[in-house]
Structures are given as C-alpha cells and as structure tokens.
Write a protein that binds this ligand. Sequence first.
Ligand code: S3P
Length: 428
Amino acid sequence: MKKEVSPAPILKGTIKLPADKSISHRSVMFASLHKGQSSIHNFSSAADPHSTIECMQGLGVTVRKTGNTVEVEGVGRDGLQSPKEDLNCGNSGTTMRLLSGIIAGSGVSARLVGDESLSARTMKRIIDPLTQMGAEITARANDFAPLQINRTGPLKPLHFPLPIPSAQLKSCVLLAGLFGDKATEVIETLPSRDHTERLLDLPITEKNGQRHIYSSQADDIPAQDYRIPNDFSAAAFWLVAGAVHSNAEITLPNVGMNPTRFGALDILIQMGADITVRNEHNEGAEPVADVTVCSSDLKPIKITEEIVPNCIDEIPILMIAMLFADGVSHVSGAEELRHKETDRLKAMGEMLSKAGADVTEHKDGFEIRGDSDFRPEPASYDSFHDHRIAMSAAVLSMMGDQPSQIKDAECTAISYPSFWDDLSLLTN
Ligand code: S3P
C-alpha cells in the first residue's frame, strides 16, 4: 500500500499507543515457562508479538488471545515439546533470538524460519554462545535463518561478556541459562533494555561499572499477571512530531518509562523539547507515566556510542528532530542500525537526501545540518518494508508544503497497527 501524507496544519489530541512490543514478547515466553496460568493485559496487537504467540503454540503451549488479553497455560521449563512444523518468527528478531535461547536451553529440537528481512539478519551473535553452551545449530551460510537447533549433550553454563550491547543477545543467553543447574553469567558494559532481568527478577551484581546478570534453574519463573505499559518506542514518533510541529499538543497516557528505554526522551529534553511527564507510577515491574509534548524550538545534539543502546530504535525518528534544530547534530557509534529490519542508516540517508536535507552519512552515523525553517521537498519515500522507517517518513512528510508518498506503508503494523488512524486523529 502506498500512503499519501499531507502537510498537517494541526497536531492535537490524546493517543492510545500500542502496548510495549519488547515486554509483550517476553511476557508470553515467560508465561509459557512458568508452570500454571498467567493473564497478560494490554498485550500488543502488533504483528511481531503475534509471531511469538504462534511460536509458543508451536512448542505445545496453550495461548489464547481475546482482544488485548492473553491467557497462557504455562507448561514449565520441562514441558515444551519439539514442534512438527517450522516455527515462523515472521519479521521479528526478538522472537527468533530469544526463542533460540529457550529452545537451546530446554533441549527440544526446532527449526526457526523468518521472512525475507529476518532471514537476512545476522544470527551468528547468538549461534556462537549457544553453541558454547552445548547446542547444535545449523544455519544458512553459518549465519542466517533458517536455524535448526538441537542439543544432544548436557547444557553448559556460560561466562559471557557481551561483545555488543544487545538486549536480544543478552536475553538469549540468559534464557538458555535458565535451564542449567549451574549459573550462566552475562556481563554488560553499556546498559541495554533490561525487561528480561526485571520480569524474571534475575540476580544482578555491579562491579567496576559493569552489570553481571545470572540465570539458572534455581531462578523461579513467576506467573505473568500484569498490564503491559504502552510502547515508548511508539511514543517517540509523536514526541518528535509534536516537538517539530508549530501547532501541536499531544498527550500519550501510560507510556513505559523504563530508564534503559527512554534515552530518546532525555535527548529530546536536552534539545529543548517541551515535554511534561505526569502521574509516574509502576505497572508490575515497569515504571509508566503520562507524557505530553507541545511545539518546541529545538537545539542540535550529539548522540554518541554510550547512549545508543537506550535509544537504538528511536534514532531514525530522532534524526527527523535534528533536521528542524538550528545547527549541526551528530550521531556516532550507531553502526548496529545497519543490522535492523533494514540497514536503517542507509534507509535514513536515502530518505533525508530525497527530502533535500543537508546530511552526511558515516559508517556509524550521521552529521545533520538542521534548520528550524526546513521544509522537506515532496517525495516518494521507500519504507524498505521497515515499520520504523515508514513512520519516520510519515512525520517528515507532515512537515512539508505538499503531500508526499510512502511505499509499503502497511509495514507499520509490525509494531504500531493503528499508526495511520492515530495520525488522522491528530490532524483532524
Ligand atoms: C529488542 C532489543 C533491541 C531492539 C529491538 C527489540 C528487545 O535489539 O532494537 O527492537 O526486545 O530485546 P538489540 O538488542 O539487538 O539491539
């Protein structure tokens, strides 16, 4: 579907965001590993968490979804069954990487497949540690899905300093470790999202500025009975849209405010965005709050390596904010964006050039010469079937003087199925 996005004279309203995608995936995986019933409320309606539900069903778990509530009859760590059919992870890297840890740890045999984009994303980062733990993994070109995972020998505990600050890799190894009689230890230098540790309440120690996270059979896996917060990563599109637009006031209730996720909020506030956070409280193990953004005058910013893991999914939309900040902004240490649903640095480079922006792409980031009076040229933007690229293009297009088009715009359903409806709501 090609979507036309017109300049928006106004951007006002209250948006019910989709539930957090990362927590939705984990809640259904962990509920399956708990022996007994779990009820998960406000589960994401997006396509990616749905792939996780289908995979857990494929492993023999009864999962029922009615509206946004998911009921899981958890089978416990020893109750998973080897599936007869392939487990289809769709477009979801989180599903494939976390599930590989569960499969390797549990000792069931399974073949994991994904769509074209997922089949082109590196899996070597998880294959190496899981193989050291005793899994036998066959992958296309030793790196890519389909992944066939078996384990005939015993599960070995692993001492694993993370080679890249990836929450998917960290979670994969910790989930495999949950099946071991001796503790697996993951050492993290730059903090990445910590939903796995929080929801499983895993033991953590801090030494010399590093986090050591442990998992083993001894860790209880609690029932997952809570309401999932709304997705900060979805909120980020409206936070930027509201900040750059001259006639905006957008309220986003119940947004997940996990400190390992809200790097983009800190960055926007440093840029001078008019953002108010109210009603801070906890939902289960996760902090939430209501957030309002109003039209703002933005200053340029530097995003460097240390903060990247806390805003990894938000960098494309933050680059749109930088276009409207008077002065030169920089993004560096963000090469990991080349390994997402598409090469997001390349995709953004192409988008911003089409818009007529003054940008220079580097191997690991960008230099963006912004201007508060910048108006993107009308263009036909390629989403590269990547939900976050499509939504970034939509925010950019709203700021033009004439309509633009976004190709394959339906891909927003991967994380934000009501995105286009919410855009209409705010502009009417
Ligand atoms: C995710 C972790 C991040 C993020 C992805 C979701 C997760 O990936 O980009 O959208 O739920 O753990 P990496 O940890 O590989 O950077």
